[in-house]
Design a protein around this ligand. Sequence first.
Ligand code: DX5
Ligand code: ZN
Length: 219
Amino acid sequence: MIAPSILAADFSRLGDLVKEAEAAGIDRVHVDVMDGHFVPNLSMGAVVVQGLRPVTKLPLEVHLMVEGPERFFDGFVKAGADSLIVHLEVHPDPREVIARVRGLGKKVGLAFNPDMPVARIEPFLKDIDLALCMTVFPGFGGQAYIPESTQRIAELRALVRKHNPACEIEVDGGIDAATIPLASRAGANVFVAGTAVFGAKEGIAAAVKNLQRLTVPVA
Ligand code: DX5
Ligand code: ZN
């Protein structure tokens, strides 16, 4: 499944570009929220989800790269978010926030950065809908996929198979035609791509089709 990150989209045409991506067959829209504290960049808030909600029927998944993400749950849910992803780095024991998101009737994901051991997410896999294995250090689009990520994805796939086979494995950062086969063969099944979709010189539709063609079903 392809989840383009709107971070890489031309914000003067955001709604049209999301519609174009939907027509191209993407599965969900990935909204990268950054607070300038957890990551050294500031991006967008719930108002962007609110603006996109009437534009697309697709699920809007919100990647909260922020300190104290629970402060923003109500705002994003009210704006129309379908799932909320928080970082283990800011909630090493995320059981409380998982329960909060569930209480709001939304899907919950846990993300972890390239320097966090994959094993840290193991105790929580049974409680979540999505595990996001970052393939760059978050903060900016257009970075290069960290090669060690491939092994980490395989490790995560083994843990998901053991604890919660229904849990999605998402990757985010530097996902393009060269790296999506690696991540896919290692066991990822949801692929965030910003630059490779909204920055594609061949256009959104061709880029999405090409990325979909380069994934393999999870064994
Ligand atoms: C964290 C962000 C980016 C973005 C994807 O920095 O989450 O990884 O979504 O960026 P690209 O696909 O342009 O590398
Ligand atoms: Zn993201």
